[in-house]
Design a protein around this ligand. Structure first.
Ligand SMILES: C[S@@+](CC[C@H](N)C(=O)[O-])C[C@H]1O[C@@H](n2cnc3c(N)ncnc32)[C@H](O)[C@@H]1O
Length: 463
């Protein structure tokens, strides 16, 4: 179970256990957040990590807290904006017209902390779609997320794509840097704890007209994706629509077929061709044919400063609360972009001015159009780390370094060292000093004298 040679506790047995429980595929390249979760959960139980894992996998300890700790719950309001627009302006009105008296049933699974289904609830309100016309159902495997969703409190990062007018209308500032969702909206969504691969059909017990399954399949391997799609097929009405993130469009054609509606791509169960909603000229692609894609979502505003995106744009709460590492130990910002890369310079300027929500938005904007931009990935990781999103920061940085090591992405030697330093700092901050050592040794080899090497000094405690 453990790999004593490198001090890590995550091995093949745990990876298989996680895959069996959640479907999530952990590899050696992206396992640092899991390593962290094991250590933290073990500490919480006052156990040695190896004993903790034995008890967890042996069924002596309940698995929920660990599952909550290893899932990536990153989300924000109005994330799947094209799919939401089409649902609100085309699909729901069409269902109301064809099936008067019967609500349109919309499922958000996974829903993380409720950002996605509540965005739909807000849009329903703003388009005057009455509650009786739409049933909004949401599910996630994470109990912690669902508890947060039912409470309806959000930090500024969750509102980074919400325009200020909408934010002011539907959220109330609530304590330092917390925004509380309008209580009337809480009742518009029903939340359920659901494992898509195990009990979704029995827990939800009905079919849906539209399913948002955004940013989940990306964590699954092909075999698990196929199982998940089979479940989604059973949950979807024969003429329903399934929406997934554009990074997940490689859905096998034997299970669903792509269809475009108003510049938005969705998936429909196979079977007799479905008529498109009234007024829409069908443009189904032939099987295997390329679908005309909507343009990159962010291109339009990517080259000019983004507007403020939160009611009061401020650094996220956790960044303000956590003890900062001494400046000398902190990774440096990525090296300045060469002339001709104004968008990267713009994103980095936000980061350096500690406008983290804006910086994240700007880095995401670059990555939406250029996923291989290694420096935008590093910039995003630094922002996430500064916001206290340690798991996500580790995941982004480890994936980046792996891609660079594999020759898939390019990163300059100084930026490579900064990425190593970020991982070392995050691990060190979490008390995983033994794991941080390996990264620090690599930094010492590549850049003797790098400030992060201060973490190696005996008695150093920057966490
Ligand atoms: C990155 S979030 C996506 C949230 C939202 N759909 C979005 O696109 O912003 C992924 C979510 O999937 C959930 N999840 C992971 N495995 C799951 C499973 N087997 N069944 C249901 N939810 C799962 C996690 O708890 C996490 O909240």
């Amino acid at each position: 179970m453990t790999d004593a040679s490198n001090g890590r506790v995550v091995g093949e047995t745990l990876r298989a256990w996680i895959r069996g429980r959640t479907g999530i595929s952990i590899t050696e390249q992206n396992q640092a957040p899991v390593e962290l979760a094991v250590r933290l959960e073990a500490e919480r139980h006052g156990l040695d990590p190896v004993i903790y894992l034995d008890r967890l996998q042996g069924g002596v300890l309940p698995p929920q807290a660990f599952i909550d700790a290893i899932t990536t719950n990153e989300s924000y309001f109005f994330r799947a904006q094209d799919q939401m627009r089409v649902t609100i302006t085309r699909l729901i009105p069409e269902l109301m017209r064809c099936r008067p008296g019967q609500p349109a049933r919309i499922l958000s699974l996974p829903c993380a902390r409720g950002e996605e289904p509540y965005s739909l609830a807000i849009l329903c309100e703003e388009h005057r779609i009455p509650p009786r016309a739409v049933e909004l159902v949401a599910g996630d495997i994470s109990a912690t997320c669902l508890a947060d969703a039912r409470r309806g409190d959000y930090g500024p990062l969750a509102l980074r794509r919400t325009d200020p007018t909408t934010a002011q209308r539907w959220f109330t500032p609530w304590g330092p840097r917390t925004y509380r969702l309008e209580p009337a909206l809480l009742g518009r969504v029903s939340f359920h704890q659901v494992n898509l691969l195990e009990d979704a059909a029995t827990v939800l017990a009905r079919r849906f007209d539209v399913i948002f399954c955004e940013n989940l399949l990306i964590y699954f391997d092909p075999e698990t994706t196929s199982r998940a799609l089979a479940v989604l097929g059973r949950l979807l009405e024969p003429d329903g629509w399934l929406f997934v993130d554009h990074a997940e469009w490689n859905i096998p054609r034997e299970q669903f077929r792509m269809q475009e509606l108003d510049g938005c791509v969705g998936f429909r169960p196979l079977g007799p061709a479905h008529p498109a909603p009234a007024g829409h000229s069908r443009r189904d692609p032939a099987p295997g044919a390329a679908v005309p894609l909507p343009g990159p979502r962010w291109t339009a505003d990517g080259d000019r400063p983004p507007p403020p995106v939160t009611p009061t744009p401020t650094a996220p709460a956790r960044a303000a609360q956590r003890p900062a590492a001494p400046a000398a130990a902190r990774p440096a910002p990525p090296s300045p972009p060469p002339a001709g890369q104004p968008r990267l310079a713009h994103a980095q300027a936000h980061y350096q001015a500690k406008r983290f929500a804006e910086a994240l938005l700007a880095f995401n904007a670059i990555l939406a159009g250029h996923p291989a931009d290694a420096r935008a990935r590093l910039g995003k990781a630094l922002v996430l780390a500064d916001c206290g999103e340690d798991f996500e920061a580790l995941e982004v940085t480890e994936t980046l370094l792996h891609a660079v090591d594999e020759g898939e992405l390019d990163l300059s030697p100084p930026d490579y060292v900064e990425a190593l330093a970020l991982i070392a700092l995050l691990l060190h901050k979490k008390g995983l000093k033994d794991l941080a050592q390996g990264y620090l040794r690599e930094i010492a080899r590549r850049a003797p004298g790098h400030p992060s090497l201060g973490l190696l000094r005996p008695g150093s405690d920057h966490a």
